[in-house]
Design a protein around this ligand. Sequence first.
Ligand code: SF4
Length: 610
Amino acid sequence: MFGWTGVFLNVDLNRNKAVAESYDHSMALNFIGGRGFAAKILWDSLMPGLDPFSPENKLIFAAGPLTGFGLPNSGKLVVAAKSPLTGGYGDGNIGTWAAVQMRKAGYDAVIIEGKAETPVVLHIKNDVAEFIDAKDFWGLTSFETEAQLKAIYERTAGIVSIGPAGENLVKFATVVSQEGRAGGRPGMGAVMGSKNLKAMVFDGNNEIPAAYPKDMKELSAAGYREVMTKPNYAFWKRQGTMSTVEWSQENSALPTFNFREGVFDKADKIGGFAMEKIKVGNRGCPQCNMTCGNVVKDSDRKEAEIDYENIVMLGSNIGLGNLKQVAALNRVADELGLDTISLGNVLGFAMETSQNRRIPEEIQWGKFKETKALINDIAYRQGFGDVLAEGVQAAAAKIGHGSADWAMHVKGLEISAYDCHAAPAMALSYATSSIGAHHKDAWVISWEVQFGRESYAEEKINKVIEMQRLRGGVFESLTVCRFPYAELGFELEWYTKYLHAATGRELPFNTLIYAADKILNLIRAFWIREYANNWTREMDSPPIRWFKEPLTEGPLKGSMLDPMKYNNMLKKYYKKRGWDARGIPKKTTLKKLGLSDVAKQLGEYVKLTE
Ligand code: SF4
């Protein structure tokens, strides 16, 4: 097999054993890699109803067939497991040398099950896996862990680790790499912590088999050159995603005061141009010449890597308008291994419930020092931090007194940084994303603004589905970054050329989209199997606030979502997807996608429509 290594590494932490296993062509062609592999493995091997923190849960690191070849923006992997935050399928991608080194070590995926008796670091070098006592690492931040491991292992090694948040099973703990590249929002860091796995060190020096190595080399060089010719390239290098702060402000989409508003009076203080004044450099994922991580000196005089999502969620969403301080909160969150998007949500929620006197704690908007202390409490589960460590949905359930109206999540995963009072398509995208509210699958809001904000037209449903297939299905399974395509207009044909050179196969986009649909339906089936008869179409609804409380400021003052129109949109979305009125894939849909076995199994948990 070319392109894929054709090998998974199965690691059993109960027995300190790692066994390499070949898989066959059909797995590669049907599920591509990354998210596709993770979804298939989790569907096949997890018992429904399993406690996500039980040793039987599987933590999967999976890459795609282009990773490791030195192609632009391809140094990524997906980390996945059953989520402790949502109870459904959970994953996230990380740009890390660990992805490149895992493939060079000979593996397309490493699948971890069991629980080590005492904390361990897993070192994988080609076909040797070592389980190293991690008692000296337990308790360290993710930055400290990586620095110490780097001093011990090969300079080329790729490392992923968890911070104290993962160790303490904070439900939105992430897996961190390279001081600021983090992934696995729905608690993948907590699953890693539940296994007593502090870090993984990957090192490999095998050749990844390419069908046409010479073509690969030429295409790689040409791809990098092409990226640099794009008109937006120079500005992207200056600001990366940070220019979106100004864009969101202009378009009333900037989460402010826990998504109560879409504009922030200090937006210019935390935006792209303010960032340029304190910027000291760029960082990025391996094998990328777009390097979108903006490095700034924060208010603690330390270097922090920032982007749009974390600056907004720890800035305007909690009423903090000092960029250096926002950057410091972001760095602390990365060190502790907390997801910054979910963190900004739980903090905003805590501030609002405090302001409305639903909790006895005094938690004020925009207070830097106090917020930093609260972040620490969350990571170490101290005091009220322990309540917030469960995520916003569980915190609201515990607090009660109507606080659920301010809990901004879908299926338990906190909303990322776009306010949708006047963005029905983006709201639909959040509501139907594969992992709960997240923007990576179908980021349609910029298109939606041009199309017409308040419309619920069919084109919007089509756009959401198109982007879910492309970004959530194809890109997440190839484990390539979406930004060259989404931000610079890097043409999709490049990926089919890359795939041909890597695998020797013609894999046109319609083939990839078919695989994407298969993967997205399998993930949907996973959710339905977990929730069975408790599954309702309300789980595909955006937060109630966007239907109940109109914006009170900015050019779109008075706007909010219309529940009837949204429901109608969702109904049509289901129909286009081949799902029934409950949002459950029909038997015929699954069969058409080659998932008859899935239909059979799913039918044991819920009644399927023909
Ligand atoms: S553009 Fe940013 S996220 Fe994408 S690969 Fe490059 S550094 Fe990573």
